[in-house]
Design a protein around this ligand. Structure first.
Ligand SMILES: [Zn+2]
Length: 254
């Protein structure tokens, strides 16, 4: 339990205290730190550890119950019900403020990853290329999967972007990517889920990954930069399109 805060989402500054605590507790459950069926720490223990009021903890625990991660047993506190959130809960991204925040994080990602792609093209090692290829194949394979596997698809996408950051040979790119992606994961999962539910797939995104990997292999920094910009802009449009309230047309995933 002492690691609960270490898992707190970055970029938490704009979030309310309740959002931050919910997020930290959610991550402690979804990371598998507690076995399913095991007791979840009490309100008083959590409020002490997180240095927040019991009412903030109570609200966070109630939200996790609504998400199906915790359940309570009469008079015996909360237990871990599942380490995987019920599909479709996500965060309510139809909320305009959330969409704005998401859009800003994605914009920041453009700046970071476009240059990372160019640097990766000049510095990539054979090991980097092997990992990029593996990530491209893994993501391609995911597009055939069902909505239940939306999370795996997102993980496969992240693996590609992580491999690219690693290929820069500059560890700060990877740290920054991890920092940004932690705050995007849920929204991307929600977007992918909605796309898959509507019969969309991630074929386009998979082809974009492949083209970027080829430019990096060819040590063509300007193509890598251009293709990464295109991929991120299209991904952002797909994601925001899928998450916008009343988005009518089925869109591709990711
Ligand atoms: Zn991608």
């Amino acid at each position: 339990m002492t690691d609960i805060l270490r898992n707190a989402a970055p970029l938490a500054r704009g979030a309310t205290l309740s959002d931050q605590v919910t997020d930290a507790l959610r991550r402690s459950v979804t990371s598998g730190a507690f076995a399913v069926g095991s007791p979840f720490p009490s309100e008083s223990a959590l409020s002490q550890e997180l240095s927040v009021s019991r009412s903030v903890v109570r609200e966070a625990v109630a939200r996790l119950k609504a998400e199906g991660l915790l359940h309570s047993q009469q008079g015996r506190g909360a237990y871990v019900a599942s380490t995987r959130p019920r599909m479709g809960f996500a965060i309510d991204m139809s909320d305009v403020a959330n969409l704005q925040k998401l859009s800003q994080v994605l914009e920041l990602r453009l700046g970071v990853e476009i240059e990372a792609a160019a640097i990766a093209a000049t510095r990539r090692t054979p090991e980097d290329l092997a990992e990029l290829d593996a990530a491209v194949e893994r993501f391609s394979a995911q597009q055939r999967h069902s909505p239940e596997n939306a999370r795996d698809g997102v993980e496969a996408d992240m693996r590609f972007h992580r491999a690219l950051c690693e290929a820069t040979g500059n560890a700060y790119y990877l740290s920054l990517f991890n920092y940004l992606s932690a705050s995007l994961q849920e929204s991307i999962e929600a977007g992918r889920l909605r796309a898959l539910e509507r019969g969309g797939d991630s074929r386009e995104a998979a082809e974009e990954h492949r083209a970027i990997a080829e430019a990096i292999r060819a040590q063509d920094a300007s193509a890598a930069r251009r293709l990464m910009r295109r991929h991120l802009v299209l991904s952002r449009d797909r994601l925001l399109g899928n998450l916008s309230p009343g988005a009518a047309r089925p869109k591709a995933a990711e």
